[in-house]
Design a protein around this ligand. Structure first.
Ligand SMILES: Nc1ncnc2c1ncn2[C@@H]1O[C@H](COP(=O)(O)OP(=O)(O)OP(=O)(O)O)[C@@H](O)[C@H]1O
Ligand SMILES: [Mg+2]
Length: 516
């Protein structure tokens, strides 16, 4: 091909040598052919004035990982090859009208860098042995090979390759559509090539502007995120992995999930929604996390319910306290218990912590991890200590600041005569932002601003009354309990006194030794 063409241009020496080799080889007995080939290759290598650099699609040992360099080269070359390669593969990008062209396998494209010509080829090698595979693609090895003249070796290795990687990444960023990933059950993982994550386009409309919360807190979180995303050098200097953990906690409907979407939209990151209950063991978790890309937010929602992460230590303690409970239970109960335990996820708290701290740090930077929970007090302190979850954010009931955001977004108003009453009511009662939003949303075309605000006032009054009634009921119950307790104590005291008096009488009559 092109390289061969170039080789022939080197002069007739190489070409003639090749010709002689091919002709001469035929006349040699098989055992001499091998011998001859070995030495011939040595001569060719000596005379061959090119260097070949190969970039494999997958790298790593135990946990094969898609090479970032391969992806960047692929993007860079798809830009180049659409102009120069003769055989192209077309991929229609889902939901969009555009077609992405990449060079076909065993095809070559040329590129030029500072006046130096280089050749790229896409290779696909099949396994040497035939075997039946469930996932046939798994056995194929794909790579790109860069061929350059020996005399340009330095320029290419020192400048050109990094130019290709930077360009490739920039093109990918430009064309990137953000994605929302969710983990596939490990039964469907197949070989290392098939993905552990399924994805859809991430199109959540929540932004920090639509997020209803305390204005200062919002500003602080936004600044924190922006500071993080631009702090590559800072993290490198202080020797910390470029990652940040956020713990979002608060009652249901206070905007935890909405905040994650707002974070992703602010930073232009992908979101990996990690369903821990579908992860069977620590090793699987590690592989999943290794398969996430930079510029991403890994989310574990409702961490308290996801797994028994909170109770692992307590459970263990309880088991120790209970002694050999298992040994006492009958074999059938024991078997059922064992089967149940087998089906359960075996991801442990320490497994999760190790992934966050250890391996996580070695798989590149610019990652955010977010945990959400409704019950922060239930979580193991080890899970949420600073350094792991760097920022704890409480999302709570709707405050007046948050209401004003809703009023602006939903009703397009900054002030209204009913605002004062709403402010007082919001100070007196607890209502989630989700409920406030629901009440402010016009229910029909005839619902004006005032109707919506009044509906909210009614709902707040109702919520306040309900809370007061509940508090009254609770107080009554408590009083009753106290009454019963003091009644019982009085009764016990009477019995005690009667008994003591009785005993004293008996002592008087019979003497101490007869009393039982
Ligand atoms: N602070 C908020 N700002 C804007 N919208 C909010 C806010 N809180 C809740 N909402 C609205 O309420 C709905 C539920 O919010 P979201 O799912 O973010 O709550 P959550 O805290 O994640 O709840 P859960 O704990 O049940 O997962 C969303 O549709 C969102 O639009
Ligand atoms: Mg949520």
């Amino acid at each position: 091909m092109a390289i061969m063409g170039e080789m022939l241009n080197l002069g007739s020496a190489m070409g003639t040598l090749m010709l002689v080799y091919t002709l001469f080889k035929q006349f040699l007995p098989p055992h001499l052919q091998l011998y001859f080939e070995k030495y011939f290759n040595k001569i060719v290598r000596f005379m061959y004035p090119y260097v070949e650099i190969t970039f494999d699609e997958f790298i790593g040992g135990e946990y094969m990982k898609r090479s970032e360099a391969y992806s960047a080269i692929k993007t860079y070359l798809s830009d180049k090859s659409s102009a120069s390669a003769k055989r192209l593969k077309a991929n229609v990008v889902k939901d969009s009208q555009s077609v992405v062209l990449t060079m076909d396998y065993n095809e070559e494209v040329t590129d030029e860098f500072e006046g130096v010509k280089v050749w790229w080829s896409a290779n696909k090698t099949l396994p040497s042995t035939q075997r039946i595979a469930w996932f046939p693609d798994d056995d194929e090895k794909r790579s790109y090979t860069l061929t350059v003249h020996k005399r340009n070796r330095e320029l290419i290795t020192q400048s050109y390759i990094s130019h290709v990687l930077v360009e490739g990444k920039a093109i990918a960023t430009k064309n990137r559509r953000r994605k929302l990933y969710s983990n596939n059950p490990s039964e469907n993982w197949g070989g290392y090539r098939s993905s552990k994550w399924s994805n859809v386009a991430f199109e959540h409309p929540a932004t920090f502007d639509t997020l209803a919360m305390d204005a200062n807190m919002k500003e602080e979180i936004k600044n924190d995120l922006i500071k993080f995303s631009t702090a590559k050098d800072y993290y490198a200097r202080i020797g910390k992995a470029w990652k940040r953990g956020y713990l979002l906690y608060g009652p249901p409907g206070t905007g935890k999930s909405s905040m994650i979407a707002a974070m992703a939209n602010l930073l232009d990151y992908d979101v990996y929604d990690l369903e821990l209950t579908a992860v069977k063991e620590n090793a699987e978790l590690r592989r999943l996390l290794l398969d996430t890309s930079n510029k991403s937010i890994v989310v574990i929602e409702d961490i308290d319910c996801s797994l028994d992460l909170t109770g692992q230590r307590e459970k263990k303690k309880n088991r120790e306290k209970d002694g050999n409970d298992d040994e006492q239970s009958d074999p059938i109960t024991k078997k059922i218990k064992e089967d149940h335990e087998k089906k359960e996820s075996k991801v442990t708290l320490s497994g999760l912590l190790n992934c966050i701290d250890g391996l996580w740090s070695s798989c590149g930077g610019e990652r955010i991890i977010v945990f959400t929970t409704n019950y922060v007090e239930k979580l193991d302190p080890a899970l949420i200590r600073r350094g792991r979850m760097d920022k704890h954010i409480e999302l709570s009931y709707c405050c007046f600041d948050a209401f004003k955001v809703f009023a602006k977004n939903y009703l397009e108003i900054d002030s209204h005569s009913l605002f004062a009453e709403i402010e007082t009511l919001l100070g007196e009662t607890k209502m989630t932002p989700a409920d406030v939003a629901e009440n402010l949303m016009p229910k029909s075309d005839y619902d004006g601003v005032e109707t919506c605000l009044k509906r909210l006032i009614e709902a707040l009054k109702e919520a306040k009354k309900k809370a007061e009634d509940e508090a009254g009921l609770m107080a009554e119950k408590e009083e009753e309990k106290q009454r019963q307790k003091s009644g019982k104590e009085g009764k016990d005291q009477c019995v005690k006194e009667v008994r003591e008096n009785g005993v004293a009488e008996e002592v008087k009559e019979n003497g101490v030794s007869d009393i039982h």
